[in-house]
Design a protein around this ligand. Structure first.
Ligand code: ZN
Length: 457
């Protein structure tokens, strides 16, 4: 069933205690298991294989930006590929071997084939004394260097002797790949969702973000859409910079959007606001207020993931960020312990619901005009009067009708009305749809610039 906007009827966010939809959860976990072993980095085959895998289930275009291309203040790097990397002791025994973990070599290490003392090797080793069994994840994307990551237990077992160090890697011109799935809507305006997909074999950061974005895209692809939805899967920082540099024509059409990351652990939901007040902020605040689980809203800071680029002052896009545990905010972050066992399937699936509801609120946000503003219109004769559950108290659905009628003078949208009423956005949206159906309100002429959230920017 659809509403006057042509969109499906709003559905409330499922209860936190409801079992997650089995088909979705199984699909996401299977995708993550398949992507986990791929050796991703910011430019190379692992990234491309990841995008090709996503393209099997999504209408994903894979785009390439050639090495050496100037993108904003940055340059697309060479592609990095690695065949083998190991450290062997004087008996030839491999004490560290890339074959055992994708995290063992510092990403973008330059080729090495040398024999050296332990003292010479030590500055190139990375371990975590506080978590002696975990392997850290380290990169050296924009500085020529090399290194190995290993558990502190492995490192402590190294003795004074000569070690042979081999990194059989290649850095050569190629291209940086990103994937983009665009789901067109009735309006030229669109919603942008970005997630980074450059980390090797780490589950929460960020196979969870990839899986949540992919599941959201998959579910939205079968629904009527008022706005277009653009899902971008790209390497962090250089990927969002490359996307911004090559898609400037799209930017004025972006009505809202999210950067998604770290959405599969059992931590509380955390929404980070955009740089300037935005429709996305209003939608996220409303959805999280009624999501029935622990959550936090934080202000924009120029530190974190790709929101740093989208919210840089020259773009200042209306994009926020949704995570559970933030970057650096959980002990397993950027270590081998961020594996699939860290993923809580219920939280992962719940993240999709929350994302769909935030994006849905952006899509359904509209300003209405009450066509019968002199006194309350008689709702009973239109079949809209709903008595309260208790004498003297109106039901939320009835209150929602009264709020929409009272506040719809064309100056404020449904999100602002929901906030003032202290009701879930779906309740206000549902009431608005019923009143539109009854001919008591109609949509105010759409003028992006007078949109009440945007005019405060
Ligand atoms: Zn990361």
């Amino acid at each position: 069933m659809t509403t006057a906007t042509g969109l499906p009827r709003p559905t409330p966010l499922p209860d936190r205690s409801d079992a997650p939809p089995r088909e979705r959860t199984d699909w996401m976990l299977a995708l993550m298991r398949e992507l986990f072993p791929m050796f991703r980095t910011i430019a190379g085959e692992g990234l491309r294989s990841t995008l090709r895998r996503l393209a099997r289930d999504l209408p994903l275009q894979i785009r390439e930006v050639a090495s050496g291309t100037q993108v904003l203040d940055w340059t697309i790097p060479n592609e990095w590929s690695i065949r083998a990397a190991h450290v062997s002791d004087s008996t030839g025994r491999r004490v560290v071997d890339l074959a055992d973990s994708n995290l063992h070599v510092v990403s973008y290490s330059r080729p090495v084939d040398e024999t050296m003392s332990l003292a010479e090797l030590q500055p190139h080793l990375h371990s975590l004394p506080e978590h002696p069994d975990w392997i850290p994840y380290r990169t050296s994307f924009f500085a020529e260097n090399w290194g190995f990551c290993l558990s502190h237990r492995q490192r402590s077992a190294l003795t004074e002797q000569r070690y042979r160090v081999v990194i059989d890697a290649e850095l050569r011109p190629g291209s940086l790949s990103y994937g983009e799935a665009f789901l067109p809507g009735d309006s030229p305006e669109e919603i942008l969702v970005f997630t980074h997909c450059c980390h090797p074999s780490l589950a929460n950061d960020n196979l969870s973000g990839i899986a949540v974005a992919a599941a959201a895209a998959r579910e939205l692809s079968t629904r009527p859409r008022r706005l277009g939805y653009r899902f971008v899967f790209a390497p962090t920082t250089i990927g969002s910079i490359a996307w911004l540099a090559t898609n400037e024509a799209i930017l004025p059409r972006i009505r809202g959007g999210l950067v998604l990351a770290n959405l599969g652990d059992a931590g509380a939901l955390r929404y980070k606001r955009s740089r300037s007040p935005s429709l996305t902020d209003a939608a996220a605040a409303r959805v999280l207020a009624h999501c029935g689980e622990a959550h936090e809203l934080i202000d924009f800071i120029p530190w974190g993931y790709d929101e740093r680029q989208f919210c840089s002052p020259g773009f200042d896009l209306p994009m926020g960020r949704l995570t559970r545990s933030p970057e650096g905010g959980y002990p397993q972050y950027h270590t081998s312990a961020d594996d699939l066992s860290l993923i809580d399937p219920a939280s992962l699936s719940r993240s999709v619901d929350v994302v769909l509801h935030i994006l849905g609120a952006i899509e359904r946000e509209r300003r209405l005009v009450n066509l019968s503003p002199r006194g309350e219109p008689q709702l009973g004769k239109r079949g809209l009067y709903r008595a309260g559950q208790r004498a003297g108290q109106a039901a939320d659905s009835h209150l929602a009708l009264l709020w929409v009628l009272n506040q719809s003078d064309g100056s404020r949208g449904l999100l602002e009305i929901a906030q003032r009423a202290g009701l879930p956005f779906e309740a206000i949206d549902e009431a608005a749809a019923a009143l539109e159906q009854a001919g008591l309100v109609r949509e105010a002429p759409h003028d992006g610039e007078s949109d009440s959230w945007r005019s405060r920017r």
